[in-house]
Design a protein around this ligand. Structure first.
Ligand SMILES: Cc1ncc(COP(=O)(O)O)c(C=O)c1O
Length: 435
């Protein structure tokens, strides 16, 4: 039987180091919120394939939909012979995304490709070249998406030159406010700063789009104040700029609404989605105002595999599951419990500098000391490793990789959730020598 270490040796021999691995284990089986490795060790999954399996691993309804689809056809390419699942899924997404205006949806293979297409469409529709993105943003690894991404190492380092005409603003990262201000006394200076930005960085007439994550994902589960996006959106609209919400990580129920931007009562011109859209099948999408989406000429958008029918059927099953299992309410419950436990950790362990969250998107920022807020990067890595040894899979996030970001499947049961949280508590105690 192959072991984790024998497979790791083969992996290292045949696969470059660039495609990174957080945990040195290989999966044998995954079901619900549990992963079993090739040596038979079982783990509670608080990573969810980086927020991809909100409906759980290998849900029966998803399997049924996929099996039914592959009996009939797997691929014809939507651009050659069309198929109904693509149309049906677009129809459903046009209906459930925020905004009462007329919408259209196109599909891609990934989140990064969704981001690329959203920017292409915005440029085409406005005839303008520039995009505004944010500090600590993550939008993917293809060249335009990578250029929009903020974190230098390991994502961007050594890959320059990046795509031109990208301008970067500070995000509403209140725990580390760029302007040294405090909410609400700041009166949302970081949002109104966009007006200054048009004078100091790029003229508004040249900006096609502003792309923003409603809650930073890879940037560390940073939740902006409630009025933040309304301000940004209004300034964009006054200046003919397309407002794009990147909901790749926040989307599909993670924040207890289908899309996180709904918490902020903003109706984005375009939404990019991927990850939990299709329960593990590679699928991304862009939903937007019909007049924008229809702007590029016939043949201007597309891809061989984009909107694969098997992935579309999986996504339709995901949408049914959200209704059937009321996963938005479950996300709310999970979020409350995780927040409670993380706040408790904050009370007991000085290394926990900040706890914040929206729905089930709850993060814990670890710092060397609370005053200087120096990121506790090495400690965070040790915590993640010790949790794995104890049977819990987690991933970190943040520009300094010092933020714990649980992305457990929303179908996780209470017992698994509590056990996972207990393991984090035990790991804290052990690492801080409190036991
Ligand atoms: C907010 C956001 N946008 C885009 C992407 C890129 O998606 P993908 O990895 O599917 O290309 C990610 C991936 O983590 C993401 O979190």
């Amino acid at each position: 039987m192959k072991t984790n270490s024998s497979l790791l040796a083969e992996r290292n021999q045949h696969i470059p180091q660039g495609p990174f691995n957080v945990h040195p284990i290989f999966v044998q089986k995954a079901k619900g919120a549990l992963i079993t490795d090739v040596e038979g060790k079982e783990y509670i999954d608080f990573a969810g394939g980086i927020g991809v399996v909100n409906v759980g691993h290998c849900d029966e309804e998803v399997l049924k939909a996929v099996q039914d689809q592959i009996q009939n056809y797997i691929h014809t390419c939507f651009h050659v012979v069309m198929y109904e699942p693509y149309v049906e899924l677009a129809k459903r997404l046009n209906k459930i995304t925020p905004g009462t205006f007329s919408k259209k949806t196109m599909f891609t293979n990934s989140g990064a490709e969704g981001v690329e297409n959203a920017i292409k469409i915005a440029r085409h529709a406005t005839g303008r070249p520039a995009t505004i993105a944010f500090e600590d943003a993550f939008h993917g690894r293809t060249f335009l998406a990578l250029s929009l991404t903020s974190k230098m190492k390991p994502y961007k380092f050594g890959f320059a030159p990046y795509a031109p005409e990208i301008y970067r603003m500070p995000y509403a990262y209140c725990y580390r406010c760029t302007f040294g201000l405090e909410y609400p006394a700041c009166e949302l200076h970081c949002a109104y700063f966009l007006k200054d930005f048009f004078h100091t960085h790029i003229s508004c007439e040249q900006v096609a789009a502003l792309i923003v994550e409603p809650v930073l994902g890879e940037g560390g589960f940073v939740v902006p104040p409630k009025e933040y996006f309304k301000v940004l959106y209004k300034i964009c609209h006054e200046n003919g700029i397309v407002f794009i919400a990147d909901e790749v990580q926040t989307g599909f129920g993670r924040t207890a609404k289908m899309f996180a931007i709904e918490h902020y009562e903003v109706e984005p011109d375009m939404i990019v989605m991927a990850k939990s859209l299709a329960a593990g099948f590679p699928l991304g999408g862009v939903t937007g105002r019909a007049e924008l989406m229809d702007h590029p000429q016939v043949g201007g958008l597309g891809g061989t595999f984009s909107g694969n029918p098997v992935a579309c059927r999986a996504a339709l099953a995901v949408l049914d599951l959200f209704e059937k299992k009321d996963l938005l309410s479950r996300a709310e419950q999970i979020g409350k419990r995780v927040l409670e436990r993380f706040k408790d950790f904050q009370e007991h362990y000085p290394v926990v500098g900040d706890v914040r969250g929206l729905g089930a998107m709850v993060g814990m920022e670890l710092v060397v000391d609370r005053k200087a807020k120096e990121p506790a990067t090495a400690f965070t890595k040790k915590l993640v490793e010790l949790c794995r040894e104890k049977g819990l899979l987690m991933i970190s996030a943040g520009t300094y990789s010092n933020i714990i970001r649980p992305l457990m499947p929303l179908i996780i049961n209470d017992e698994q959730l509590e056990k996972g949280l207990d393991i984090i508590g035990e790991a804290f105690s052990e690492l801080l020598c409190l036991k």
